[in-house]
Write a protein that binds this ligand. Sequence first.
Ligand SMILES: [Zn+2]
Length: 277
Amino acid sequence: MLSVVQSRIQFPRSRARLDGWHLLLYPQPMKTTPRTRKLEELNWMEFKRLVPKQTDAVLLPVGTVEAHGVTGLGTDNQIPQSICARIAGNVNALIAPPVHYGITKSLLPYPGSVTVLPDTFENYVLEVAAGLSDAGFRKIVFMNGHGGNTNALKDISARLYREKKAYSMVLDWWALCAEEVKKVYGHVGGHGGTDETAMVQVDHPADVRKQDYSKDLAFMVQPGLAATPFPGSIMLYKQGEGYPDFDPAKAEQLMKVVCTKVEQTILDVFRRWSRIR
Ligand SMILES: [Zn+2]
């Protein structure tokens, strides 16, 4: 009897649980914490043990290469990866290798900015997500760092269900967490402004080049004006608000509240999805 049960169920290594009748009365499948949450660091045998049995959710960071005031050209890639690294364990997801190149428009003329065409982006990211679905993930979170990608990602999300029956969500952290930014700073953020600069500062302090900063880098987004190149690599959305702050303590505080909000949102959506499937 014992050997039959043991052959079918993996048990925790704890000796206490393996002793006596406890084993027969309360057999519990082993729940292991993955050695790493990064898909690219797992080998195929580890992956096979984990997906989809222990997790069927994956976070896919998506960004672009674009000028951002005094932070790096990869700001939109760095921030989603920072968020994913902090929340993956709490939402029981793996982290897929990121999509670094996205749809850059009005800041493309700035030195170092790069884009791909919207059709190319949509086909490529859809194929990446479909591949993750084929690999066993049934829940895919597009952790987006760049507003120019949003519409394409929403289309991809709809197509992913039609074509693969995978559930997915697009998370624009800065839009989801606009209230959190206001709570920490007392005002709204901006592109390459308060919120993005702070989020980069936490994990990449050396990439925040305060010595290159002047208020003149910022320009207001105004109704009735569309210019390429946009006249500032820091885009403000409200008069007098959104300039970088550079305060490391506030930056840490923002990272914390953003991750909490993103994590709670994902868990809530997952819980609601479980009622559907
Ligand atoms: Zn950005």
